[in-house]
Design a protein around this ligand. Sequence first.
Ligand code: M6R
Length: 590
Amino acid sequence: MCGIVGYIGKRQVLPILIKGLKRLEYRGYDSAGVAFFHQEEIKLQKSVGRIQELEKKLDYSLSSHIGIGHTRWATHGKVTIMNSHPHQIGKITIVHNGIIENYLTLKKELESKGYLFQTETDTEVACALIDWIKKNNSSLKMVDVLNEAMKKLKGSYAIVVMVQDEQDKLYVMKKESPLVIGIGKEEYFVASDFSAYLDDTKDYIILEDNEIGVTSMDNVSIYQNGILKDYVVKTLNEEVEIATKGEQEHYMMKEIKEQSQLIQKWNTLYFDQKEKLPDITSYQRIHIVACGTAYHAGLIGKYLLEKNTDFEVNVYVASEYRYQKNFLDKNTLVIAISQSGETADTLACVKMAKEKGATTLGIINVYNSSIARVVDFVIYTHAGCEVAVASTKAYTSQVYVLGLLALEYQSKKEKKNTYQELPVKINKLMEYDYSTIVKHLYQKKDIFYLGRNIDYVSMLEGSLKLKEITYIHSESFPAGELKHGPISLIEEDTPVIALITHEETAAKTISNIKEVKARGAYVVLIIEDGIVDSIDKNCYDEVIYLPKTDEYTCPILSIIPLQLIAYYTAKKKNLDIDKPRNLAKSVTVE
Ligand code: M6R
């Protein structure tokens, strides 16, 4: 969701900006732009659509050593060149990620001072505000101008500023949206995250909230409340990788395939981190907060923890948690699950939980991300860089970690771990031929997913995967709820995918499948091998057998065919699988 880059140094700026923007593509965007100094003038270039469109417009022969770039994920106003960043007013040119909550009030004030706005964006207002403060306080240094602007801006922002009068500097300011400064040899990089310039430098300053940074060719300074402060340079090591597609056509397929190889790695790495965990037994309440796929992993975690330990666990959608009564105190452990570690809603929950005295534990994939830095304790899921917007391996890594937590604290101290056999079982599901199923699904408008208990949760995730990348409407229902309403949606040939992995609910779910089959549904049954003595062949059209497993590994195994069904259906529809429309990988606004 919006990517920011900046560069100041001896090299030509345009290729560096474009490279950085391409690395940040995974965050999701619908337009892109750059601004750079060329012969004392700030040049702007913007385009809607992919970065390739912007590249077509760039004149690489224009020499420049300082510039900024942006990929915009539209929030305020349509996807137009006008609304794209950078925005320029007077002597100020900026790129921005985040949301200025009070932009309408500020806009009115600035209009009354004579500013005319050309765009619908909140960013143009922030740009005008900085310009106005600068113009009207000629004695103030630029750092102080930005400091004054910070006092007026409400909301979240990572902003990079170029000033017409200061052609040897880039300014950055940050509140609740991520921003890092990479330190090279007589060059500095600015980016929304490390992945933009990992091959250029491994040394970074991670900007904290309310900080302002000033970079010149040979120096960087960090200020807070107008006062110069010390900063820490963090050197990244092997925790961060630059992802490539390898031989796969899409990142999503590469990431689905990686799941079987990652299991062994997770086992070792998790146990390395175990020592650093809080004593979970000392809390009265466990709350899990997360969004989207990570929320589904949390629901699986609830199931595994409650079934096998004596903890009561409640799971909350992060964007709702903050606005409800949540009984947070020092006896509460709040577990925040997030692949990116940047999800604004989840981050806000963690901050609120800490303020109310709760202990916070992050289950995070991206090393050193905002949530990872804020929580009291962190378990890294080590899924590696996940590029496809639709999360796959990050989800299984989250489920894996939650399963290990449940194993760790299980009340019956029996040693069970069937994770070793998981890679072979996953590979078996990879080999299944999904083409007949996909042929039935890809032109449909609605697809329904059914399951009971933990299978219902897996189906929530399967259904989310499908809708994200195929744009087919899909919903997951607890199988027992069908008769209470949703069954009215079933008509001739409506696809229904059902999952059965537990003996105690198998017979009941099979009855529900028969009910939809009797009303003409096209039924795909995914069922654990040997779970029932025999299934009536008339109750399904296609069947996928899951290799026999146990309750810990079953949610990992059952998601594989669902990920693949979504992937192959999107492929059949010839869609942009890795970058589905309207979606961002990292949701940094609330
Ligand atoms: O980075 P996070 O895990 O915090 O992201 C949460 C959701 O935005 C994310 O899981 C989203 O639902 C994915 N696109 C699902 O595939």
